[in-house]
Design a protein around this ligand. Structure first.
Ligand SMILES: Cc1cc2nc3c(=O)[nH]c(=O)nc-3n(C[C@H](O)[C@H](O)[C@H](O)COP(=O)(O)OP(=O)(O)OC[C@H]3O[C@@H](n4cnc5c(N)ncnc54)[C@H](O)[C@@H]3O)c2cc1C
Length: 465
């Protein structure tokens, strides 16, 4: 007799969803969690980072209207962030899990052979539990750092420090121009820090459409952020409570130094070698979340490296749990594209919002990706200028790009950059996932006056070209 039908290693948003959907499907499930149930997202990533940004954005939006002189108290933002991060206690999430019928096992989980997981608790006690049907590895990701001379002599910030700090630093340097770098640079600048960004590439967010970088650089600079593109960091050294950075011959002293240069899948200490798997790089899974050659082993979320975002990981979790439940009932659960057993959207329909001001919202392929993949591509670029955007704010500035597969008359990707464009994204995601022909999208009429009227302008431009 096994202890559980399904054992999930890692109780972040993804692991929680694998367990929840397995239980909903009639199986028993346990989550093994070494830190806080709820994972990175709830305490150190999505939730606290958005809490740090939200007030500044709301106040900036108000100030775009004539006669508004809104201000805010940074201390109140930090207090609200603490509440949103549940003061770094997971009682609420544990209550939810237990209420959903999931057993929570505290400790470090490691695969210890087929269908077997060892759990090392804080006092060093090791217990072994077995799974009847599946073990799912949902251990997330960890930050990476480039080799920087002097790094060992300082205590840098990583994303956890940047999202959980209890004081606004006087000055902050941010290394990296990816999502975490741009969001945290703006959050702390708006809370009062003097922020310098050091970005190796000639633009921010290099994997996204170039229009994104242009407008976000403008937005950051308007907030006083010193954005330095193509900037190299030579070395770092401690200076009292701060850090001195050597940047191309210049010495830059800052109170805090945030390394935001990316993350890697957390596979290095999860026991994968016990079943002959590589412990470097992502845990490779098929579209149903299953590891080739191990019909009982699954992975979902950041650890797979497929689409490291909370919403996409939770989607993978729902798919993997559906496959586990079906296979437990003796069904084949083939991961046919777009079936309930295949995370097909991971390949070319992933939506993402970067919560800067202006916001960036995109789904699917960029023009460069679509061209590289050999599609017959036509791109439509427009300023977001509609009755809706005019009403939304004085001098509203935004851009939209639509990437069309001209052979099939469907959208491959859509990007919006501008204040408050995040809520435009789901319409684009539906169009991309549904492969809705543009001739039919013509009948999807945007309400007047909304920023969504940009859809009509994009289609008009496409049809007239
Ligand atoms: C600053 C920041 C902001 C972000 N903002 C967003 C956003 O706005 N929207 C978005 O979609 N995504 C965002 N992300 C990405 C998002 O946080 C991740 O995609 C998401 O947390 C992945 O969920 P997960 O469950 O796979 O992993 P995690 O949330 O990392 O959870 C993994 C869990 O596994 C546990 N664990 C690890 N190893 C073991 C082990 N051996 N035994 C037991 N437990 C273990 C960990 O303690 C953790 O609780 C952000 C990331 C960062 C860093």
């Amino acid at each position: 007799m096994s202890d559980y039908d399904v054992i999930v290693i890692g109780g972040g948003p993804v692991g929680e969803n694998v367990a929840d959907y397995a239980v909903r499907g009639g199986l028993t499930a346990a989550i093994v969690e070494s830190e806080l149930v709820g994972g990175e997202c709830s305490y150190w990533a999505c939730m606290p980072s958005k809490a740090l940004l939200r007030t500044g954005h709301a106040v900036a939006a108000a100030r775009r209207l004539p006669g508004v002189t809104a201000t805010y108290d940074p201390a109140a933002v930090l207090t609200r962030r603490d509440e949103i991060a549940a003061h770094w206690h997971d009682d609420g999430q544990v209550r939810w899990a237990e209420g959903a019928g999931i057993t929570v096992l505290r400790g470090v989980g490691r695969v210890a052979g087929e269908r077997t997981v060892s759990v090392t608790s804080a006092d060093g006690t090791v217990t072994t539990v077995t799974a009847e049907h599946a073990v799912a590895v949902c251990t997330g990701s960890v930050p990476t750092s480039p080799p920087i001379p002097g790094l060992d002599s300082i205590r840098p910030w990583y994303s956890r420090d940047a999202t959980s700090a209890h004081e606004v630093p006087g000055s902050l340097a941010v290394l990296g121009g990816g999502v975490v770098g741009v969001e945290m640079a703006q959050a702390w600048a708006r809370l009062g820090a003097k922020v310098t960004m050091l970005v190796r590439d000639p633009r921010l967010l290099p994997n996204q459409e170039p229009i994104a970088s242009e407008l976000i650089v403008d937005g950051l600079r308007a907030d006083g952020v010193d954005v330095r593109l193509e900037a190299g960091l030579d070395s770092v050294e401690p200076d009292g409570d701060g850090v001195v950075l050597s940047v191309g011959g210049e010495k830059l002293r800052v109170d805090k130094f945030l390394i935001a240069t990316g993350r890697r899948p957390n596979t290095s200490d999860v026991g994968l070698a016990s079943v002959g798997l590589d412990e470097k790089g992502p845990l490779t899974v098929d579209d149903s979340g299953r590891v080739a050659g191990h019909d009982w082993l699954y992975g979902a979320g950041d650890v797979t490296g497929r689409a490291p975002l909370t919403h996409q990981g939770k989607y993978e979790a729902r798919i993997a749990a559906a496959a586990i439940v079906a296979r437990a009932k003796g069904q084949t659960a083939e991961p046919e594209p777009w079936s309930e057993y295949a995370a097909t959207a991971d390949h070319h329909a992933v939506p993402q919002v970067v919560f800067t001001d202006p916001e960036l919202a995109f789904v699917g392929r960029t023009e460069a990706q679509a061209t590289q993949e050999g599609f017959a591509v036509r791109t439509v670029d427009l300023d977001i200028s509609t009755a809706g955007s005019y009403l939304h704010a004085e001098n509203y500035t935004g851009k939209a790009r639509m990437v069309v597969d001209t052979e099939r008359d469907v959208l491959l990707g859509v990007t919006f950059v501008g204040p408050d464009v995040a809520e435009l994204l789901h319409a684009a995601t539906i169009a991309v996932v549904g492969e809705v022909p543009l001739s039919r999208l013509w009948h999807a009429v945007p309400a007047y006056p909304t920023i969504s009227e940009i859809w009509l302008r994009l289609l008009e431009t496409y049809r007239s070209g």
